[in-house]
Write a protein that binds this ligand. Structure first.
Ligand code: GDP
Length: 420
């Protein structure tokens, strides 16, 4: 059998706009709920004297999870004829941004939900901004609770126009706007008879049209070293290939230590076999010809296609720390497998994520603010500009023990010359 394609999606939106209901419905409509789940939730609702809610399905999952049974709410799955979907985070999870920014979870596409009756809220805009910051360009806006506005095309168009204007300024171009009623199941799996004016696809058809990014294996090689093991008297350099392809016999450059060598063997552990070529997304171990003392954090690349090596760079960051981000304080920066001490050497601009208004030369960055900054690390590190490579162009900032912010590299200040 051929392997089914998997797409990771994330559902975002202002609280109460209907994220849980949309997810509950999607799981229900695709028959992805565990046996008896819906009956159980209906029974509980009845016992509590409340009407049944699809949103309760997720609460029930959380409950089961607490009791150590079955489902992981951060990994809800459903399938269509086309492919499998993983909803990478359940609504309301505070960890979401942290996971996204740190790369622990990676959404490939997003559904942004707006309550038709409430209209666009600050948080809807902030979520739009964050999607752009995370480089998620594949997004649909779901305008939910259409039942509350009598399925009005005019109101739908009004929200669409306003959101479109905001998102276009961010260079996020939502591919579609879909009017839905998650609660009543309108435009979920089948076109809604209540909204004949809508000519597009219902959600389940529309998501199958998200095109999965391919071609990571043809980008320049980025193989950040995770660990170096000693095994049978051989030193095995291990890590995950973020982008590109690596072959046995390849000439490679290890930076920032700036050493040239050759790949001797490739060990592809996941399949316990030997192969000559490995590529993006694979966790592998390799042996090299020269016995350098390489360490965690360094990048293995091809000469002539090196990453940037520098200690100072420009970045756009999103701050969510408990304390404000200030200049001159010591933070830890994590980028791919590198961890270095750093400081903010200048705050160029602070951007209000909701209004997109900017303050030049601010003294600090407050929680939930977005800012353009210059970061200076205590030593040289390897990275790419985000527009060239999303995987090696993003980082997180740790304040004490907390992941407190994240960002993307927007430019380099002073680059180190490499042998290539
Ligand atoms: P979340 O906080 O974004 O996850 O929102 P929920 O999914 O929990 O929904 C919040 C409330 O809105 C619940 O009471 C839902 O029943 C209700 N709701 C969700 N979708 C719809 C809809 O399409 N129509 C109506 N009338 N109510 C809805």
């Amino acid at each position: 059998a051929t392997e089914r394609e998997v797409l990771n999606i994330v559902v975002v939106g202002h609280v109460d706009h209907g994220k849980s209901t949309v997810i509950g419905r999607l799981l229900y409509d695709t028959h992805s709920l565990p046996e008896g789940a819906i009956e159980r939730v209906k029974r509980i609702a009845k016992e509590k004297g409340k009407p049944f809610e699809y949103a309760y399905l997720l609460d029930a999952f959380e409950e089961e999870q607490k009791q150590g049974i079955t489902i992981d709410t951060t990994q809800l799955q459903f399938r269509t004829e086309e492919r499998d979907y993983v909803i990478i985070d359940a609504p309301g999870h505070k960890e979401f941004l942290k996971n996204m920014i740190s790369g622990a979870a990676s959404a490939e596409a997003a559904l942004l939900i707006i309550d038709a009756n409430e209209g666009i809220q600050e948080q809807s805009k902030r979520h739009g901004y964050i999607l752009s910051l995370l480089g998620i360009q594949k997004a649909y806006v779901l305008i939910n609770k259409m039942d509350l506005i009598d399925y009005s095309e005019a109101k739908f168009n009004e929200i669409k126009r306003e959101m479109n204007e905001f998102l276009h300024n961010l260079h996020v171009f939502p591919l579609k706007y879909i009017p839905i009623s998650a609660f009543y199941g309108e435009n979920m799996i089948a076109p809604s008879a209540k909204m004949p004016w809508y000519k597009g696809e219902p959600i389940l058809k529309a998501i199958d049209l998200f095109e999965k990014d391919t071609g990571l294996e043809t980008k320049p090689l980025r193989f950040p070293i995770q660990d170096v093991y000693k095994f049978d008297n051989r030193r095995i350099v291990a890590g995950r290939i973020e982008t590109g392809t690596l072959k046995a016999g390849d000439q490679i450059l290890i930076s920032p230590s700036n050493k040239l060598t050759k790949v001797k063997t490739i060990e592809y552990w996941a399949e316990r076999d030997k192969r000559d070529s490995v590529s993006a997304g694979m966790s592998v171990g390799i042996t090299v010809e020269d016995e350098f003392f390489n360490q965690r954090g360094e990048f293995i690349v091809h000469p002539g296609q090196a990453a940037i090596t520098a200690d100072t760079f420009k970045a756009n960051i999103f701050w969510m720390g408990k304390a404000e981000l200030v200049k001159g304080k010591e933070y830890k920066l994590k980028l791919a497998t590198q961890e270095v001490e750093c400081e903010i050497s200048s705050i160029v601009k602070v951007i209000d994520a909701t209004t997109l208004e900017t303050i030049e030369n601010a003294a600090l960055v407050k929680t939930n603010d977005v800012a353009e900054v210059v970061i200076r690390a205590k030593k040289q590190l390897c990275f790419d500009e985000f527009r060239n490579n999303q995987l090696t162009g993003r980082f997180v900032i740790v304040d004490g023990y907390d992941v407190s912010g994240g960002g993307i590299v927007s430019g380099v200040v002073k680059e180190l010359q490499t042998v290539s």
